[in-house]
Design a protein around this ligand. Structure first.
Ligand code: HEM
Length: 255
């Protein structure tokens, strides 16, 4: 049996190992994303004036959670991109079946990856960058120092990007898993339809991301366009609507 084992074959050897590590890292990352969004942030918000306890919690607990969060995001991204590299004929199939993105599988994984890569960029370039300011401020306050006047704005930027990642995550996971298990059978009778799906998904995704970064009217709570990010309930609704829209589009264009 082992004689026939091809190290780069889809269902044996390296691709299976890399996929397993990818999923393991992915659940760690997204699990912590959900913990932040539906547990920690609402809990910390309810602390009210217990500022000291809150600061200690941020320093001791959030720092650990954030370490696992940002490094599992890197591991997920690296393993995800490695799947493309170590799976025999993966890139060849991507490029040559009817056309690039001509297959339902290719279109679905392309959208899943774009959302995932955007989310990883948010983790490092927005969430972690701003959380460092929030954590440093909390530590200074606990030590009896002066508050950083920029800390609230940094916290707001991190929260908007984190809720945007939460919103993306439902659709990202759907297309990530659906690539092999739902859309693989479609073999590209119309590459135009698959492209249309990808373009619509990219435009909607880009609009949401730019909105979360404050490009459409700033980051103040008075900006009505930021409704999706004002509570985890709003983010759940927005994430579900995004998933439903993309699901219906995929039914029409990828099957
Ligand atoms: C960060 C960017 C990401 C990239 C570039 C990426 C890339 C990939 C690729 C190329 C595949 C193989 C798809 C196929 O051909 O069937 C895949 C599968 C998968 N990914 Fe990701 N991924 C990312 C993020 C995530 C995240 C955050 C999760 C969360 C758990 C995740 C979970 C999965 C799962 C469950 C599969 C299906 C494995 C299978 O059916 O064998 N991915 N990913």
């Amino acid at each position: 049996m082992l004689a026939g084992l091809e190290i780069f074959d889809q269902d044996t050897g390296l691709p299976v190992l890399v996929r397993s590590l990818h999923v393991l890292a992915g659940i760690t990352w997204i699990g912590l994303l959900y913990y932040f969004n539906v547990v920690q942030v609402p809990a910390f918000a309810s602390y009210g004036d217990e500022a000291r306890a809150r600061n200690v919690s941020i320093e001791k607990l959030a720092s650990r959670a954030l370490w696992w969060f940002r490094w599992s995001a890197v591991a997920t991204l690296v393993m995800g991109l490695l799947i493309l590299g170590v799976t025999k004929d993966y890139m060849k199939d991507f490029m040559t079946d009817t056309s690039f993105i001509g297959l339902g599988h290719s279109a679905a994984i392309f959208v899943g990856m774009l959302f995932g890569i955007t989310m990883a960029a948010n983790v490092w370039m927005v969430i972690w960058k701003n959380q460092k300011v929030v954590i440093a401020n909390a530590a200074t306050l606990v030590a009896g120092g002066e508050a950083n006047p920029g800390a609230a704005a940094a916290g707001r930027s991190a929260a908007l990007a984190s809720r945007q990642n939460f919103i993306f995550s439902f659709s990202m996971l759907w297309f990530m898993v659906g690539a092999a298990h739902l859309y693989g059978a479609y073999n590209g009778d119309s590459a135009g339809k698959a492209w249309l799906f990808v373009i619509i998904a990219v435009v909607i995704g880009a609009a949401l991301e730019l909105n979360a970064l404050g490009y459409f009217g700033g980051k103040a709570a008075t900006n009505k366009l930021l409704w999706p990010y004002e509570s985890h309930r709003n983010a759940i609704i927005t994430g579900a609507v995004l998933w439903a829209v993309l699901y219906l589009l995929s039914e029409a264009l990828l099957k």
